[in-house]
Ligand binder design. Structure first.
Ligand code: 13P
Length: 341
């Protein structure tokens, strides 16, 4: 696949006012989210839940792409159509999470490195065959006393870059996701420092591994105070710090930046994105969302594993996607939260 084709896919994934639906929770993650709501994490329930998500009428107005998990891309929807085909038919580009999760990094207590490079070339070819047009790989960086270490940042950045090069070789757009975790009591300034160093290192590695910047999407965390920080920064402060950090580190050649929500409430994640578009700064890349929890949370609470709740759950997700789409254009307001879904 040519560079130009990668660019066309990347552009369509984050077309104006559209974001990405992350629905690629691994089975253990899905289990913990289901169990909190008393939903049994059976294969059947996971299929029914994903079916609810992909059959939302008109979702493609706000969502350009959706990220699937390995089990889901191999499954069929309740009407017997493979999930990837359902998405394509609905005008949403299907993609796949390809990393094998964050594992303990040897010699670095409390730090993780994402695994999954072994055999990746073959897995990518298989996913492409199944209809995927893009991929995702998530690395996590923890902030605490004395960490992150340089070793952790470099190992994760290298993994992200090797993965991105392989994805592009296979004709798949890589979503590069270095997540600086929100857990901890750190200040927004500390979050800025760590995110800046992480993104610098990631782009250094991406360039070294010859990744075509116009043919990838960056999925960063926002620059935000830790969940346990005694004085958490407000919406405008988060927007200003985040945009400044991205302007320092993300080359203008990158087409799209799509944030993860990372444990923010759904309203916070929407408000922060909206505020970034109202700072009066010219941004060289499309700035949008690629949320999992902040898009799905309410819908999952309503659904609770019952077919009778599907329509109401779909309405909730449609509404949330609509608000985030407005935020991606800077035209969200709190009053829209109250609108009938
Ligand atoms: P959250 O929006 O829930 O952080 O998830 C995004 C994601 O894709 C995690 O890898």
């Amino acid at each position: 696949m040519s560079k130009q084709e990668l660019e066309i896919t990347a552009k369509a994934m984050v077309a104006s006012g559209k974001g990405i639906l992350a629905m690629d929770e691994s089975t253990p993650t899905c289990k913990s989210r289901f169990e909190k709501l008393g939903i049994a994490c059976t294969e059947e329930n996971r299929q029914a839940y994903r079916d609810m998500l992909v059959t939302i009428d008109g979702l493609s107005e706000f969502i350009g792409a959706a990220i699937l998990f390995d089990e889901t891309i191999r499954q069929k929807s309740l009407n017997g159509t493979p999930f990837a085909t359902c998405l394509s038919n609905a005008g949403i580009i299907p993609g796949i999470k390809v990393d094998k999760g964050a594992k303990d990094l040897a010699g670095h207590p409390a730090e993780k490195v994402t695994e999954g490079l072994d055999g990746l070339r073959d897995r990518l070819a298989e996913y492409k065959e199944m209809g995927a047009r893009f991929t995702k790989w998530r690395a996590v960086i923890t902030i605490a006393e004395g960490i992150p270490s340089r070793g952790c940042i470099e190992a994760n950045a290298h993994g992200l870059a090797r993965y991105a090069a392989l994805a592009q070789e296979a004709g798949l757009v890589p979503i590069v996701e270095p997540e600086v975790l929100i857990n901890g009591d750190h200040t927004i300034e500390r979050s800025f420092e760590v995110t800046e160093e992480t993104l610098h290192t990631v782009f250094d590695e991406l360039v070294t591994q010859r990744v075509h910047l116009e043919g990838m999407i960056l999925k960063p965390s926002m620059v935000i105070s830790g969940l346990d920080c005694p004085q958490r920064a407000g919406v405008t402060e988060v927007a200003e710090h985040t945009v400044r950090c991205l302007l320092h580190t993300v080359p203008a050649a990158v087409l799209g930046v799509a944030f993860l929500s990372g444990g923010q409430t759904d309203e916070q994640a929407t408000a922060h994105l909206n505020a970034m578009h109202n700072l009066g700064r010219d941004l060289p890349w499309t700035l949008t969302f690629s949320y999992a929890r902040a898009l799905q949370q309410r819908a999952m609470e309503i659904w609770r594993g019952k077919a009778a709740n599907v329509t109401a759950a779909q309405k909730a997700l449609y509404h949330r996607a609509k608000l985030n789409s407005a935020a991606a254009r800077g035209s969200y307001s709190e009053a829209m939260e109250q609108e009938a879904a």
